[in-house]
Design a binder for this molecule. Structure first.
Ligand SMILES: Nc1nc2c(c(=O)[nH]1)N[C@H]1C(S)=C(S)[C@@H](COP(=O)(O)O)O[C@H]1N2
Ligand SMILES: [Mo]
Length: 426
């Protein structure tokens, strides 16, 4: 039976004013517009709008390479002060300023171990050697002639959200805390094609990937991943990869921890065993409470964060809000995201924007009528394999006080009666 939206659509479905996600369907949106003052549009007065100056003089001409509006210049990648050594460190995606699922290239997060090399694509070569029948060397031109594949997928540093293990919650926004994740349309050559051409010997089980930066950053990757969905990426959101993201070619391993996605790729060596490079033994290992350490944690866990409203922002008074955020999983698609406004006591299922893609960021939304009282907002993602994002308390209890890498716990935003929003541990 068809439900009459106007009669019950504004009944909360979970504690503290969470409304049903169907309000975002066309009919529901009309209810929102008519039945409730959205408080965003002011009543129009009878007088016509003034003719603005932009209608009286021609605008600037077309340009060779586009710029955003000068009024958007505050939207910047986030850096936490100068790094200890020039070239190390990185910058985070300002998640709270973005919408949809794609990270614009100039705002894709960066992580460099020894700066961004200035590589001439004419001179650059990629070597495939080691346990192969035919060692091969590729120019960029040669690589571009293979059949290309294009996929929208996220990339996340395994050190993302490591700031969540401080004793007191750091007061930063969504990007400052969790912005070592981005999502782009990556286009490149399937690595499987190149490996078949080189002819991997039966003993070959792993590969070593090495970058052409001053860090000589290198990681071991199981060959199963290389044959599955690994690509040598040449394009990022339709244009050549940015220097900071690996120009002219990077290894892209969908869903795997950021570090393995070797930028400025120059060499792939087929090996029987992992090489145990400095980059995989000195970092990215998780020391557990029982004294054992886990290494080679490859797929990133299921995770989400509410980006609006979120830390450092301010509520604009009681009324109707749209909760919006991002969710992703290194295992596959996001199946659902649930949202709580009462510190996790009750939950309501959020609407997921289409398309929901495998190993990509998914955008979720839920209407919320805030009554102006103190609240705690949380989002909990579930992926198609049934993995559920854990609470921070559970994750830290299971993984112990040293846990920093691969942090994927539920983020909680505290909302005070004054409308201040802050990071809180739950
Ligand atoms: N050659 C090389 N590859 C690299 C790195 C590096 O410093 N050098 N940083 C790694 C780390 S730790 C991460 S999280 C990702 C970051 O990719 P991005 O800078 O494109 O976001 O690249 C990885 N690949
Ligand atoms: Mo990283």
């Amino acid at each position: 039976m068809k439900k009459d939206l106007s009669s019950d659509a504004l009944e909360p479905v979970a504690g503290n004013g969470l409304l049903h996600r169907r309000l975002f369907l066309t009919q529901g949106a009309a209810v929102l517009g008519s039945g409730v003052a959205l408080m965003t549009a002011r009543n129009a007065s009878a007088a016509p709008l003034e003719v603005p100056a932009t209608m009286k003089t021609p605008g600037v001409p077309a340009s060779g390479y586009g710029e955003r509006s000068r009024f958007e210049s505050k939207v910047q990648r986030i850096t936490n002060g100068a790094p200890p050594t020039p070239g190390t460190g990185g910058s985070r995606t300002p998640l709270e300023y973005l919408e949809g699922i794609i990270t614009p290239n100039p705002l894709h997060f960066e992580r460099h171990h020894n700066g961004v090399p200035d590589i001439d694509p004419e001179q650059h070569r990629v070597l495939i050697h080691g346990l192969v029948e035919r060692p091969l060397v590729f120019s960029l031109d040669a690589l571009s002639r293979y059949p290309l594949v294009s996929r929208i997928q996220f990339l996340e540093c395994s050190g993302n959200s490591a700031g969540m293990n401080t004793p007191e919650p750091a007061q930063q926004g969504a990007g400052g805390l969790h912005g070592l994740v981005s999502c782009a349309n990556w286009t490149g050559v399937p690595l499987s094609i190149l490996l078949q051409e080189a002819g991997v010997k039966p003993e070959g089980k792993w590969l070593l990937a090495e970058g052409a930066d001053a860090a000589g950053m290198s990681r071991s990757v199981p060959l199963a991943k290389a044959y599955d969905d690994a690509i040598l990426a040449l394009y990022q959101n339709g244009e050549r990869i940015r220097p900071s993201n690996g120009y002219p070619v990077r290894l892209f391993l969908p869903g795997y921890e950021g570090n393995m996605n070797v930028k400025w790729l120059r060499r792939i060596k087929i090996t029987a065993e992992p090489t145990m490079t400095k980059d995989e033994t000195s970092k990215y290992t998780d020391l557990l409470p029982n004294g054992r350490a886990e290494m080679f944690t490859f797929p990133m866990g299921v995770k989400s964060v509410i980006t609006s409203p979120s830390g450092t922002q301010k509520m604009q008074g009681a009324g109707l809000y749209q909760i919006s955020g991002v969710a992703w999983s290194g295992t596959g698609k996001i199946r659902r995201v649930d949202v709580s406004a009462d510190r996790g006591k009750t939950w309501a299922q959020a609407k997921l924007d289409e398309p929901v893609l495998s190993k990509a960021i998914a955008r979720f939304r839920l209407p919320w009528r805030w009554d102006g009282s103190p609240s705690v907002l949380m989002s909990r993602a579930t992926d198609e394999a049934g993995n559920v994002q854990p609470t921070r308390a559970k994750l830290m209890a299971d993984r112990g006080p040293n846990y920093r890498y691969h942090y994927n716990a539920i983020q909680s935003w505290n909302v005070t009666a004054a409308g201040e929003i802050g990071n809180v541990y739950v």
